[in-house]
Design a protein around this ligand. Structure first.
Ligand SMILES: NC(=O)c1ccc[n+]([C@@H]2O[C@H](COP(=O)([O-])OP(=O)(O)OC[C@H]3O[C@@H](n4cnc5c(N)ncnc54)[C@H](OP(=O)(O)O)[C@@H]3O)[C@@H](O)[C@H]2O)c1
Length: 261
């Protein structure tokens, strides 16, 4: 049975915030991580008052070197054992590779890949000692194919997907469940933050709410699924790689990234 304290990154908005509500309702104590401390504190207050759980905020930039180690050490110093790790924080970049700057790509790699992997390593060691733990990594259906004009983002999600599936197999022997959550489009501030116009995406019938995606991910983790793809259309898109040539998929996702969003 999945139980214990949850550490969730990217808790201040979107899917992460929805997961916090879902988990607090199920009486999980929470450690919230994101940069916006005010939002975290307000959320902590709401969840504590509404559900009677203990919620601790840890405002932190996870896109810098050493962030995972600092967060892990901070949890130790506060006496906060983490039973369930949710690596949800992530950003996207979109644009012409030649003219956009590398600083944003570098921060994306630090956040979506480096910090996520290091948090998996540090907290999995603690979980292995207790012979029990759960890790939910938020990837994307973007992880199933390359995505021109968003290549770094798609590549980062392919990494998260592959890492999670590999660790899911390897860490089972230590009593640790690892699940990759691969949403399609979700109505959150993600697109605005990535400089992507939202209107067409939010009008797309495949676009889901953060609440529905959060519930699917957590229930998937609870039931020990290796991979969760919420929504029928998203499942079809993820599977399309098995039947269509990769060059064709790349061209289609490139066209969508360039024109239709
Ligand atoms: N929305 C979609 O369509 C979609 C689809 C597939 C996958 N995903 C994935 O779902 C995850 C959550 O995204 P979302 O859609 O919920 O978007 P969101 O609302 O923009 O949430 C991103 C979260 O990450 C935090 N964050 C961003 N940069 C950070 C940093 N440097 N350090 C610490 N925290 C940081 C943000 O908080 P602060 O700004 O306060 O730091 C926020 O809480 C991401 O991994 C994203 O790639 C989203």
């Amino acid at each position: 049975m999945m139980k214990g304290r949850v550490l969730i990154t990217g808790a201040s908005t979107g899917i992460g915030e929805a997961m916090c509500h879902y988990l607090a309702k199920q009486k999980h104590d929470l450690v919230l991580v994101a940069r916006n401390g005010e939002r975290l504190q307000a959320l902590a207050k709401t969840l504590t008052e509404q559900f009677g759980v203990t919620v601790t905020s840890c405002p932190m930039d996870l896109a810098v070197n050493g962030a995972a180690l600092s967060l892990h050490e901070w949890c130790k110093s506060q006496g906060l054992n983490i039973d369930i790790l949710i690596n949800n924080a992530g950003v996207g970049t979109r644009g012409d590779w030649i003219s956009t700057n590398f600083d944003d790509e570098y921060r994306l790699i630090q956040l979506n890949i480096v910090t996520l992997a290091e948090l998996c390593k540090l907290f999995a060691r603690d979980m292995a000692e207790r012979k029990q733990g759960w890790i939910l990594n938020v990837a994307s259906i973007a992880g199933f194919q390359p995505g021109p004009w968003m290549s770094n983002y798609y590549a980062s999600k392919a990494y998260v997907l592959s890492l999670s599936e590999g660790l899911g197999h390897e860490l089972k022997a230590h009593g640790i469940t690892v699940t990759a959550l691969c949403p399609g489009p979700v109505k959150t501030p993600f697109f605005e933050n990535a400089g992507i116009p939202e209107e067409k995406i939010f009008a797309n019938p495949a676009t889901m709410t953060a609440e529905a995606v959060a519930a699917a991910g957590i229930e998937g983790l609870r039931s020990g699924k290796r991979l969760v793809i919420p929504g029928f259309i998203n499942k079809m898109i993820a599977q399309s790689g098995r039947v269509s040539p990769r060059n064709m998929q790349t061209a289609v996702s490139g066209w969508l990234n360039q024109h239709s969003i």
